[in-house]
Design a protein around this ligand. Structure first.
Ligand SMILES: Nc1ncnc2c1ncn2[C@@H]1O[C@H](COP(=O)(O)OP(=O)(O)OP(=O)(O)O)[C@@H](O)[C@H]1O
Length: 248
């Protein structure tokens, strides 16, 4: 079942074509990658799916709802179904770890305080952090721990879909591998559909079920890692080599 359908999407900024009539689908429960060189329009697509950026031409269906003609009520309801973690998605430096996770639940639910605290602690555990990290402040955390807290905050509200923009940027190779394993585990245990913008080779090879590569405003590749590995196309192959995963 498709959870997201992109049909004939065209996006232009100042007469520059960013997406030229592109179409692809994302299935329920898959981990789907959006790849492409810098400026190829990856973030713009995600912003259009999460309704932060207007769709100019074409259509996007999210959970079977056409985003072009939503009522306000439908839009509000849809927005509760997903979370996103944008690049450099910062934690509130003046809030502790647990308060950072609780903040969304306090804003969007009417749950009692102690239940919110319980959910936040459970989520902290799900992302592999010890209970004693709950009262630390972001400045006391490593880069990998900060990413885990941000992830905990994103999943605490039990979304159906999670969007991650370069989630492993800035992490060392070992932390990257661990973070990718965590995403895979969470997607399975929580029945999450995950959409990841990435250049990271470990993510591409070990985590994604399928991905697209955007190039020259079009979808240059659309498929699985095995299909990409067997491809004879140079651009696709370049994305899978260490030296040039940022290929344009
Ligand atoms: N609101 C906007 N107005 C004008 N131009 C924009 C706007 N948003 C994005 N762009 C331009 O569209 C192009 C695609 O941007 P986008 O952020 O989607 O690329 P990206 O593939 O995510 O790049 P990166 O990997 O560098 O983050 C860029 O040239 C950017 O400058």
């Amino acid at each position: 079942m498709n959870i997201i359908e992109i049909n004939n999407l065209t996006t232009k900024f100042n007469n520059r074509v960013i997406h030229d009539n592109i179409s692809f689908n994302i299935k329920k429960n898959e981990i789907f990658g959006i790849l492409g060189g810098s400026g190829s329009g990856k973030t713009t697509i995600v912003k259009q799916i999460v309704m932060l950026q207007k769709i100019q031409e074409g259509e996007i269906k999210l959970l079977n709802k056409n985003l072009n003609n939503l009522t306000l009520k439908e839009e509000e309801r849809l927005k509760l179904q997903f979370s996103y973690l944008f690049q450099f998605g910062a934690l509130y430096s003046f809030l502790s770890v647990i308060e950072n996770i609780e903040v969304i639940l306090k804003e969007y639910t009417k749950l009692p305080k102690d239940l919110i605290n319980k959910i936040a602690l459970t989520t902290l555990n799900m992302v592999g952090l010890e209970p004693n990290t709950a009262n630390l402040y972001p400045s006391e955390l490593s880069g990998g721990m900060k990413k885990r807290v941000a992830l905990a905050r994103a999943i605490a509200s039990e979304p159906k879909i999670l969007f991650l923009d370069e989630p492993t940027s800035g992490l060392d190779p070992q932390s990257t591998i661990e973070f990718n394993k965590l995403i895979k585990k969470l997607s399975q245990t929580l029945n999450l559909t995950v959409i990841i913008i990435t250049h990271d080779l470990d993510t591409i090879k070990s985590t994604l079920d399928r991905f697209i590569i955007l190039k020259d405003s079009k979808i240059h590749f659309y498929g699985t890692i095995n299909e990409a590995l067997n491809s004879k196309d140079e651009v696709t192959k370049n994305f899978l080599t260490l030296k040039d995963s940022y290929a344009n």
